[in-house]
Design a protein around this ligand. Structure first.
Ligand code: GLA
Length: 400
């Protein structure tokens, strides 16, 4: 059964280091790493001050970096053809375009936060699938951020102006994404990329910023992520339109966010589309809480119901699913998955399923067969052991 493997950290550090050395003619000082994520439940709730429950993937982005004596910046990536070159003076939102928005964008945002950015060379290598709704962009932002923290000789446990550096990284990643790349996203991806712990899901409350690590024991079941290969873009308007509808709903109700709205409130909204969008948010926030309780009580049929209701709500009320996502979800459940739903921003991307280990290959085969039968692109599958958040790697091994 072909699965998209995360790769071994030792090999990935070696690969990234070798590519850096070949590209720039000297070894890097260190390597930073940050993971992609899959959200278990709580979609589009982050920018509505709601709840989300993501886990970090074992698949990650690796960034090798070394400082320069001058003000030059050279950014390369194994996943992108173009080398981005500039100087520290070019670190302005309007001057940074393409994939560099996420990398150079973070350098700009960290400088805005008051960190000293030196001239540097940087090389990126990622095993997070691109455009799959698995937060390759947040992985890149946070890997660049953590590499910079390492370069400055700081630890992720330090503070900067009284703020934990981890939170500075999260904020810088969000600013790169919203202000440089122009994707008006909500912050879940950067938060989990920086704060995740291995073996746990991260419950984040975007009302007060509270985070809770929840041990994820699925009792003999695994998390299966299926990338439908329908590439999704957060900058293409659909995401922003959903966000605008949510804001319109809150403002029609005289509330600062939909977190304060009840189901009864939203059912009273007169605009039919806005009402459905708001209903998704209010019911989805409640489903995150129900899922957290059900996972704690090992109430598996309740987890299954929450996933199914979440998918239906995203398909019918929020209208962000696709035929490929609907197919992957229904076929997974028919073939023995306990639960399945689309995950991430939508309009393509991936599904997440909870699958009894002994049904894993049957579920994968059934999805593949259904996609072939419908002439969809071949999907790819990842089995996810919840990974750890961003880290500085290999300083010693590289002699830095
Ligand atoms: C994208 C965004 C997140 C979140 C999800 C949907 O991943 O980056 O902020 O809104 O979509 O839950």
């Amino acid at each position: 059964m072909p699965l998209l493997e995360p790769g071994s950290p030792t090999d990935l550090i070696a690969t990234t280091t070798a590519a850096f050395t070949e590209r720039f003619g000297r070894p890097p000082r260190l390597v930073g790493r940050a993971p992609g994520r899959v959200n278990l439940i709580g979609e589009h709730t982050d920018y509505n001050r709601g709840l989300v429950l993501p886990v970090a993937l074992p698949h990650a982005t690796w960034v090798a970096v070394a400082p320069r004596a001058d003000r030059q910046l050279r950014l390369s990536s194994a996943q992108q053809d173009a080398l981005w070159t500039g100087t520290l003076d070019d670190l302005e939102p309007a001057a940074i375009t393409g994939w560099a928005a996420y990398a150079a964008g973070v350098l700009w945002a960290l400088r805005e936060e008051g960190l000293e950015i030196p001239g540097l060379d940087l090389h990126v290598h990622s095993t997070v699938p691109l455009g799959a709704g698995l937060s390759s962009s947040a992985a890149l932002e946070c890997a660049v951020g953590v590499a910079l923290v390492g370069l400055l000789g700081r630890s992720l446990e330090d503070t900067h102006d009284g703020v934990p550096l981890r939170d500075v990284l999260v904020r810088a990643g969000i600013r790169a994404e919203t202000e440089v790349a122009g994707a008006p996203t909500g912050g879940m991806d950067q938060t989990v990329a920086v704060h995740a712990r291995a073996g746990s899901a991260l419950l984040i409350d975007f009302d007060d910023g509270a985070r809770r690590h929840l041990d994820l024991d699925l009792e003999g079941r695994v998390l299966l992520v299926t990338d439908t290969r329908v590439s999704h873009e957060l900058t293409d308007g659909g995401y922003a339109a959903r966000r605008a509808d949510c804001e319109a709903a809150a403002s029609a109700l005289g509330l600062d966010s939909l977190r304060r709205a009840s189901l009864e409130d939203v059912e009273g909204l007169t605009d039919e589309r806005v009402r459905r969008r708001a209903r998704h948010i209010v019911t989805e926030i409640a489903r995150v809480q129900r899922t957290v309780d059900a996972l704690a009580q090992r109430a598996w049929s309740e987890v299954a119901r929450c996933f199914l209701d979440s998918h239906t709500s995203m398909r019918d009320d929020f209208e962000i699913s696709t035929d490929e996502l609907d197919t992957a979800v229904s076929v997974a459940v028919e073939a023995g998955a306990l639960a399945a739903r689309m995950t991430g921003g939508g309009f393509g991307g991936s599904t997440v399923a909870i699958v009894p280990e002994e049904r894993l290959s049957a579920v994968v085969r059934a999805i593949d067969a259904a996609f072939t039968q419908r002439s969809y692109a071949a999907p790819s599958h990842l089995v996810v052991q919840p990974g750890a958040g961003a880290s500085v790697e290999a300083v010693d091994a590289l002699g830095g």
